[in-house]
Write a protein that binds this ligand. Structure first.
Ligand SMILES: *Cc1c(COP(=O)(O)O)cnc(C)c1O
Length: 229
């Protein structure tokens, strides 16, 4: 039995320290507890320690976990992994937010299902700022056209951008990914006259650096729950 409460306190203190160093208000940074591969009891333990946002990357796993946890009525699930088009319905049923949107076909499927269910869904557009190392996410140069096309899908509410930085021991390389996401966001803001506030960047290994570069949502798994199998 790990001391999840102690780890959550520790991560919160690190978030607060990174915010203080950057002259930022810790209330600007959402802690998304990444519970993929963890049992429902882990979500319960984190919930008991104040977590309300949970990240999952498999819809089947999310469906099972949210059913087991249906008594926790103020939990919000965020989907952070690649979604196949045939899983659009599960996203609409289960998720409060999709952070990994990078396909217009999926956007169209989601919009149609959201309309049928009379719902909306907050989405973040995933941007590939590390280019060579990951396959998911849009190239930075494609974000302008993609987000214009998203306007046709009015049930999707774009709130910001998400990225996974290059896994590198060199902070300068990691920071370059975060700065690139900020630059993409600033272009969208100039174009649209505002919006795109949410910048989901930073994981267990790089969340302090991400906060220094403007992150508003850190997605943290192993620093809270230990290594995944
Ligand atoms: C698994 C995952 C995380 C959490 O990673 P840790 O290094 O365990 O904090 C964050 N974001 C995404 C998109 C993930 O898939």
């Amino acid at each position: 039995m790990t001391d999840i409460g102690g780890r959550i306190d520790e991560v919160r203190a690190q978030i607060a320290a990174a915010c203080a160093d950057a002259g930022r208000d810790p209330a600007e940074v959402r802690l998304l507890a990444v519970t993929k591969t963890r049992p429902a009891q882990t979500v319960r333990d984190a919930y008991a320690n104040g977590c309300r946002w949970f990240g999952e990357n498999r819809l089947q796993e999310l469906r099972e976990k949210s059913a087991e946890l249906s008594d926790l009525d103020d939990v919000s699930w965020s989907v952070i992994g690649h979604v196949q088009r045939n899983k659009a319905g599960a996203v609409v049923d289960l998720a409060a937010e999709l952070q990994s949107l990078d396909s217009l076909e999926l956007a169209a499927d989601l919009d149609r299902r959201l309309r049928a269910a009379d719902k909306t869904l907050e989405v973040l557009v995933q941007v590939n700022t590390s280019r060579e190392t990951t396959k998911s996410g849009l190239a930075p140069d494609d974000v302008d056209a993609f987000t214009r096309a998203l306007r046709d899908h009015s049930r999707l509410v774009p709130t910001g951008l998400m990225t996974i930085a290059v896994p590198s021991p060199d902070d300068a390389e990691v920071a370059a990914c975060f700065d690139e996401l900020v630059a993409v966001r600033d272009r969208l803001r100039d174009r649209d006259g505002g919006g795109w506030d949410d910048l989901s960047m930073g994981m267990s290994g790089d969340f302090r650096l991400a906060i220094a570069h403007g992150s508003t949502c850190v997605r943290i798994g192993s620093a809270l729950f230990g290594p995944r199998d």
